[in-house]
Structure formats: structure tokens, C-alpha cells
Write a protein of this length. Structure first.
Length: 88
């Protein structure tokens, strides 16, 4: 059974370039590195048919949870600002 770790990208020169750039700007973007690839932990590789990768401008770092157009459960009484824009 394949996993996300099996993708050739993670060992590629491209990933090394991306990784170095992310290290250089650590703390200036959200979500933080610890949550950036959270979707890969939440979604089993063999069940994913399509991946949507966005650059979502979070108005508040506390809202960035690492999942596309999502916000942490504590804020779930409301939709994320980006998702409101999608629905409108």
C-alpha cells in the first residue's frame, strides 16, 4: 500500500529548494511548518482522488489549521472567511 511518503517529490531536488525557502521565511507565514502538510496526515493516500492546494490569506494566524479553506474546531461555529467568499 502506497503512502504520501512514497512520492518521489519528497526526495527530489525541487523539495530541497522548497524546504530551504520555507526555512528561510519560518515564522512569517501561516500555518506554521508543523501544520503545513496536515492534510497528508488526515487523508489516506489511497483514498485521495483530487488534491486542492491553495494559498489562503488568513486574516488571523489562529485561523490557519493546515487544511484547505478550513479553520480550527474552536472556531467552527462560523465558516472561514475564505469559504464565505467561495459561497458568495
Amino acid at each position: 500500500m502506497k503512502t504520501w511518503c512514497d512520492l518521489k517529490f519528497w526526495g527530489s531536488e525541487e523539495w530541497e529548494i522548497v524546504n530551504k525557502k520555507l526555512d528561510a521565511v519560518e515564522g512569517r507565514f501561516c500555518p506554521g511548518r508543523e501544520s503545513m502538510f496536515r492534510a497528508l496526515e488526515e487523508a489516506p493516500y489511497e483514498q485521495v482522488k483530487v488534491a486542492i492546494i491553495t494559498q489562503d490569506p488568513y486574516p488571523n494566524p489562529a485561523l490557519a489549521d493546515g487544511l484547505c479553506l478550513s479553520i480550527p474546531h474552536v472556531f467552527r461555529a462560523a465558516l472561514s472567511p475564505s469559504l464565505i467568499t467561495v459561497f458568495n
